[in-house]
Design a protein. Structure first.
Length: 68
């Protein structure tokens, strides 16, 4: 997959996250998948998306601890 295609998909994911906050976990998984694709191709990772991924991961880990 071309770098431009991956960037476009990440842009779509970011738009969906803003418009569909109720489905944050699915979008987190998709974001993680796309960032992993970039890593696999040796492409640079957008720092803002890496930080967003970490924030969402922390949020979901916190939610999991609270439910146990």
């Amino acid at each position: 997959m071309a770098f431009d295609d991956i960037q476009a998909e990440l842009g779509i994911l970011m738009t969906r996250m803003q418009n569909e906050p109720a489905d944050r976990h699915e979008l987190y998984l998709q974001l993680m998948e796309k960032l992993n694709e970039l890593k696999a191709y040796g492409m640079p990772l957008p720092q803002d998306l890496v930080e967003l991924e970490k924030a969402l991961e922390s949020e979901f880990a916190s939610d999991k601890r609270e439910s146990e």
